[in-house]
Design a binder for this molecule. Structure first.
Ligand SMILES: C[S@@+](CC[C@H](N)C(=O)[O-])C[C@H]1O[C@@H](n2cnc3c(N)ncnc32)[C@H](O)[C@@H]1O
Length: 207
C-alpha cells in the first residue's frame, strides 16, 4: 500500500473559502488538490493501492480536521484541480457540526483530529518516513519497496512543534533530491520510483 500523510497548515478547516480563490483565501488548497490528484489519478484510471490522510491544522475554533482518502473506494475524483478542491471543501463543510467521522463522498472520510495523535498514529505504519530535503537519498532506500508510508508538508514547512514531534519519533528522513520540490511533485517522484520497483518485484497484497 502507498500511504501519505499531508500536513496542511493554512486551509480554513471549516471549508469557508471560495473555489475562485484556492491559492489565497483557500490557504493553498490549490496545491493540496493537486497533490490529491497526483496521488490518485493515472492517465486512464485511479491508483487503488493508495491512501492519503490530510491533516488540516488550525488554531481553534474550530478544531483541526482530518480527511482520509482511500483509492480503492474513491468515486467522483476528476483530474482537474477545481473539482478536486470542491470534493475536499464539501468534506470539510460536512464535518463541521459533527463530532464523529462522516463519509462525505465514496472513499472520502472526514472528522475532527488531534494533530499530535494523528501524526503518531501514521508514524506507526511499518517503515514510515519523513520526506524532507535534508534526508537520505530515496533511490537507495528500502522504505519504498512494496509500498511506502510518507509524511510531507504543504507549501509551508512543518511547524516547529510538528518538526520536533517528527524528530522525537525518530522517523527516518528521506530526500528526493537537492532541490525543494512542490508537494505534488514529491508525490509524482515517489510514485514513479514505487512503480519502477513494483515492475521488477510486484507489491505484496497488503503492501
Ligand atoms: C514546497 S515544500 C516546502 C517548502 C520548502 N521547504 C521551501 O522552502 O520552499 C513541501 C514539502 O515537500 C517536501 N519536499 C520538498 N522537496 C523535497 C525534497 N527534495 N526531498 C524530500 N521532500 C521534499 C517536504 O516535506 C516539504 O516540507
Amino acid at each position: 500500500m502507498r500511504r501519505v500523510l499531508l500536513l496542511a497548515h493554512r486551509v480554513p478547516v471549516a471549508g469557508s473559502f471560495t473555489l475562485n480563490d484556492l491559492a489565497g483565501g483557500g490557504g493553498r488548497m490549490d496545491e493540496i488538490a493537486r497533490a490529491v490528484s497526483t496521488m490518485f489519478t493515472l492517465s486512464n484510471g485511479l491508483r487503488t493501492d493508495a491512501e492519503m490522510t490530510i491533516l488540516f491544522v488550525a488554531s481553534p475554533p474550530p478544531k483541526a480536521r482530518r480527511i482520509e482518502i482511500a483509492g480503492g473506494r474513491l468515486r467522483y475524483l476528476n483530474p482537474d484541480e477545481r473539482s478536486t478542491a470542491a470534493l475536499l471543501k464539501n468534506a470539510l463543510v460536512r464535518s463541521i457540526p459533527e463530532e464523529e467521522d462522516v463519509e462525505s463522498s465514496p472513499g472520502i472520510r472526514v472528522g475532527p483530529a488531534e494533530p499530535e495523535e494523528a501524526i503518531r498514529r501514521f508514524a506507526g505504519h511499518p517503515g514510515a518516513f519523513w520526506l524532507t530535503e535534508r534526508g537520505e537519498p530515496y533511490r537507495s532506500s528500502p522504505l519504498i519497496d512494496g509500498g511506502y508510508a510518507a509524511i510531507l508538508s504543504d507549501p509551508t514547512d512543518p511547524s516547529e512543534a510538528e518538526a520536533t514531534l517528527l524528530s522525537d519519533l525518530s522517523l527516518p528522513r528521506i530526500s528526493l533530491g537537492p532541490r525543494s520540490l512542490r508537494t505534488s511533485q514529491c508525490l509524482d517522484v515517489l510514485n514513479q520510483e514505487a512503480d519502477l520497483r513494483e515492475a521488477v518485484r510486484p507489491a505484496t497484497p497488503d503492501g
